[in-house]
Design a protein around this ligand. Structure first.
Ligand SMILES: Nc1nc2c([nH]c(=O)n2[C@H]2C[C@H](O)[C@@H](COP(=O)(O)OP(=O)(O)OP(=O)(O)O)O2)c(=O)[nH]1
Ligand SMILES: [Mg+2]
Length: 316
């Protein structure tokens, strides 16, 4: 079955997104959708999206204002699609359903998986995630010093999500520090991710769990409810597939470049990263030897953004 290349548009106004309803008689009919449609032969995806947004909802967009969100391959059984998703918050015109379809502005939190075609799940995940995923560092630091330092760095960066990674601590020491960080983060709307075994969440009700690959590989089903956030550390293609099978909300993939925290790991480089991200069916953060300056480059390579220690931990 030939794959259909679909240009999909995430049009933002503040924190709300333009959503349409697919006609009852269309493929995946009756469900909600991001406006868009098939890329015609000879058309670039951005051109196709500019055309579709005009035809479907009456908006005029400059293709230079489109930014990549994610690319998702999905097999519906009766149709195979490649959803090539782009976003913009710059448009002219008042959106209206030019093909008679209802359109509305919905907050990201009001987008529910079951209202959309199945292929949209990772798109909704991607829209809920930021472009930076900071990970704590500094092997050897512990106790109050580690908690204080982490809070100071978080106060400076103000991320919306953060991974507390400290594999050098005992389980008790890790849980103690994580409990203090959770109080601090909750008061500032920072989603704190724990690192390691899903059972940690029973002691500390953090936003979610990030599984190192050696933990992820032993699991066969998603280890937490869909309201929690599941991240998985991946390094190669079969690991990405397993993370998707576990229902991961996102993965990290790397190392992309050489990194001081894992000096023995062989970097995959941007070309390989781009290839793997294109085949992934969950949002992928680029990891390893990157800094905040690499966010744009990572997004061009198909990433959700940049994850890492070096991105924010030093330069206190
Ligand atoms: N536009 C859009 N299509 C989606 C989404 N999710 C999803 O699985 N699809 C699928 C459904 C369709 O099989 C395909 C898009 O086709 P379409 O019906 O929008 O194509 P089109 O606008 O060119 O319409 P037509 O010429 O076939 O009438 O992608 C989504 O969020 N937006
Ligand atoms: Mg369409």
């Amino acid at each position: 079955m030939k794959e259909v290349h679909v240009a999909v548009g995430v049009v933002r106004q503040g924190d709300r997104i333009l959503i349409a309803r697919r006609p009852d008689d269309a493929h995946q009919g009756g469900l909600l959708e991001f406006p868009g449609g098939k890329v015609e032969p000879e058309e670039r995806v951005q051109q196709a999206l500019v055309r579709e947004l005009d035809e479907e909802v009456g908006l005029r967009i400059d293709p230079r204002n489109l930014r990549p969100v994610i690319g998702i391959r999905h097999d519906y059984g009766d149709k195979r699609v490649f959803l090539d998703v782009w976003e913009t918050d710059r448009f002219e015109g008042e959106p209206h359903g030019r093909e008679g379809q209802p359109v509305q502005w919905l907050a990201v939190d009001a987008l529910h998986d079951d209202d959309f075609p199945a292929a949209n799940r990772p798109i909704i995940r991607a829209l809920r995630l930021p472009h930076q995923y900071p990970i704590t560092g500094d092997a050897g630091m512990d106790g109050a010093a580690l908690v204080d330092h982490t809070c100071r760095r978080l106060a400076a960066l103000r991320p919306s999500i953060c991974l507390f990674r400290a594999p050098w601590l005992s389980r008790d020491a890790y849980l103690d520090a994580a409990g203090q960080l959770l109080d601090w983060c909750s008061a500032r709307s920072i989603r704190l991710m724990l690192h390691g075994d899903p059972a940690l969440l029973a002691s500390i009700p953090a936003a979610g769990i990030h599984l190192p690959w050696h933990v992820a590989r032993r699991l066969d089903t998603r280890p937490l409810a869909s309201s929690g956030v599941l991240g998985v550390s991946c390094h190669q293609e079969d690991e990405l597939a397993h993370a998707a099978h576990l229902g991961a909300d996102f993965v990290t993939l790397g190392p992309v470049a050489e990194t001081a925290s894992h000096p023995d790991a062989v970097p995959m480089g941007w070309p390989r990263f781009t290839e793997l991200a294109a085949r992934a069916t969950v949002p992928v953060y680029a990891l390893g030897g990157l800094s905040l300056e690499d966010v744009e480059r990572a997004r061009e390579a198909g990433a959700q953004g940049v994850a890492g220690i070096g991105t924010w931990w030093s330069n206190c």
